[in-house]
Design a protein around this ligand. Structure first.
Ligand code: GLA
Length: 386
């Protein structure tokens, strides 16, 4: 990213070169394994990317907020006067939701000029939303000396998304973009929020993200439907023991599920969550022993479970995954994020990476009519001032 150019764009938009804005960055994230477990109090294993959202921000006199982005054309100018309400200009709801969280805490915010630029694709399951939220949160925390720690900023960003944007996500995305560490993934227990940074040493292998480029129309409603099905499972399991969430059941308790959950759909959802938690635990263990091959197998099993039991994949993701697995040097490949479109994440032997991209691109185009995009990201740090 050419940040000099971003400064130039800022001055073109807001004038006054004598007062330099401050640059912040927040990454996107890719989840390596542990999908649809966060809102079930389970384990996840995401890492922050070197792609994300840049924010140039400057204080101005008065109480006007001017928000602009290089990604969309709709700029907004608004006045600080109590809490904001949701707007039709979609991207603006992410910063406004976060500003509201600061206002609710009694942080005094005054006039500001914002210029955002994101290089993580929107709506692709790489947390462009959490990235905008967290970059706003770290900047406001810094500018208005709010003294909030990263965990609080993560929770405020999640609340902005849940309450203001209206997407009932778990905590994984905001946590990953807040706590990311270069060359490490985050092994997070979403119930206790205890976490560990685990080094990712992929000697001889590459991490490749493939974008289906399918628009994710129904994601939010399907996502909420899955959450509801998991809540139903927890309700039914009360006859067994007073569990708070599905992750309180261990992998070896799966026969319990069949005894208490008669609805086959709800049963499959619960099975996925419990088996996925087991896979994350094993994945972290084998990675620490440098067993990339087993790590890849667990990624494959994760995808199969998301397809068969959780039913959040779809033709495009499945084509990328199952065509990908036929290619040489592919150690593991799975969907990442909420599903129904978005991206896959794969571990591919470095020597085979170029072939993987050309051959997968051809077979995917043939089967879906869509052109995929490939990214070979680095694992970066969490949100902060640059
Ligand atoms: C989305 C949500 C996350 C998580 C994933 C699925 O990315 O924002 O909280 O639930 O889907 O693992």
């Amino acid at each position: 990213m050419d940040t000099q150019n971003l400064f130039e764009k800022f001055y073109q938009k807001y004038w006054n070169r004598n007062d330099k804005p401050v640059l912040f960055f927040s990454p996107g994230r890719v989840n390596l394994i542990g999908e649809h477990t966060d809102y079930n109090g389970g384990f996840v294993f995401p890492c922050a990317l070197n792609y994300g959202t840049y924010l140039l921000i400057r204080k101005i006199k008065g109480n006007t907020l001017k928000l602009s982005t290089l990604n969309f054309t709709d700029d907004v100018e608004t006045t600080l006067n109590g809490l904001f309400v949701n707007t039709v200009k979609k991207w603006i709801n992410y910063p406004l939701g976060v500003i509201n969280e600061f206002l609710k805490k009694g942080v005094e915010i005054s006039g500001l000029e914002f210029l955002y630029y994101g290089d993580v694709p929107n709506g692709a399951g790489l947390s462009s939303s959490a990235s905008i939220e967290m970059v706003t949160a770290v900047a406001l925390n810094d500018f208005f000396k709010a003294g909030l720690d990263t965990l609080e900023l993560v929770k405020m960003s999640q609340r902005a998304e849940n309450l203001f944007v209206g997407m009932n996500c778990g905590i994984m995305d905001q946590f990953a973009v807040g706590f990311g560490k270069k060359n490490h993934a985050i092994f997070l227990n979403c119930d206790t929020l205890a976490f560990e940074n685990v080094p990712i040493k992929l000697d001889g292998y590459s991490l490749i993200i493939t974008n289906t480029n399918k628009r994710r129309g129904l994601t939010d409603s399907k996502y909420n439907e899955r959450r509801g099905e998991c809540e139903k499972a927890v309700e039914l399991l009360q006859a067994y023991k007073p569990v708070r969430n599905l992750s309180e059941l261990k992998t070896d308790e799966s026969d319990i599920l069949e005894k208490y959950i008669k609805d086959p759909v709800v049963l499959r959802r619960a099975k996925h969550v419990i088996s996925e938690n087991g896979r994350v635990l094993e994945a972290v263990k084998v990675l620490k022993n440098n067993n990339i091959i087993r790590f890849g197998e667990l990624m494959n099993l994760s995808h199969d479970s998301l397809k068969d039991d959780y039913e959040v994949t779809g033709k495009e993701l499945d084509t990328l995954v199952y065509e990908g697995r036929k290619l040489p040097g592919v150690i593991g490949t799975r969907m990442t994020g909420a599903g129904f479109g978005g991206c896959t994440v794969s571990i591919v032997r470095k020597a085979d990476a170029a072939k993987f991209m050309t051959e997968l691109s051809a077979s995917y185009q043939k089967q879906t009519g869509l052109t995929p995009e490939f990214y070979q990201p680095e694992i970066g740090n969490g949100a902060g001032k640059l």
